[in-house]
Design a protein around this ligand. Sequence first.
Ligand code: ATR
Length: 307
Amino acid sequence: MKTFTLDQLSSINDGEEKPARFAVIGKPVGHSLSPELHQPALDELGEEARYVRIEVEPGNVGPALDQLYRAGLRGINVTVPHKLEALESCDVVDPPAAVMGAVNTIVYGPEGHKTGFNTDGPGLARAIREEFAVDLGDLKVILIGAGGGAGRAIATQCLIENCTQLILVNRTREKLVAMKEKLAPLIHRDDLEGPRDWLEIMALDDPALEEALQASDLIINTTSVGLKATDPAPFPTRWIEPHHLVYDTIYNPARTRLLREAQAQGARIANGLSLLIHQGALSLEYWLNKDVPLHRMRDGVENALKA
Ligand code: ATR
């Protein structure tokens, strides 16, 4: 599937059976699997709609979003590096997305009025339920790589779900200090007495990491460590125990070193494919206001990854 630029919008539907109605914007965006995820679902639902990739330059997201509406687009996904700029360009932002500091889904209203959402956090909550048959809210969570964009969205979601404990870990600890301040108002618990602070922050090389991992149920990796097949695990995997659930937000490669070694330690594991699917499904639900066929989205993206 082709990637378009804004200059090509006037001819975007030339020779096509269905008009472009949904798009992912980013820079670069050619690698995005969103069309492979969404198009099979749109087709299954009988929607007269195409899902396309559109490259947008940083600094031009607001005008681009208005241009896209005028060209007939009715829903937009936003990928790196535009998630903050998209947030700033929206007329209304869903409060959790504002805390996450990122919008990945835009819904157009009448006259191109833009409402921004973030489906990464809620998508993760659904993914955990699907993979491990437990609710995020019932788990002690440790998030490795909490200082990045995905980490911040997931940390916010953990607070929204009122999970039993949240430990944020990052190579650069300073990033977490500001984040903790921003997240603190979301904490709504009256049972803060216990062996650990309910919301803790920690450097990745803190000697207390081993003990923090042991005190957790769910380990989530949101670092980019593992994207390359030769990457190490982001922390020593000998600290993983059979009681752990280990979720790596990376899905390509399908099994990072972290997941392989976690499985060898007896833990239950899952990769980020379920997050990719559920965050996309939530976007589609916002746009179409109906249930979407998850199996078609899964098939679409699995086929694309095999190709
Ligand atoms: P973003 O998601 O905002 O694009 P990123 O640069 O892709 O951010 O990094 C995502 C996460 O991976 C961050 O938590 C980052 O840690 P820092 O905040 O310290 O940069 C983490 N990360 C990237 N490379 C890493 C490495 N080699 N070891 C540990 N953590 C790493």
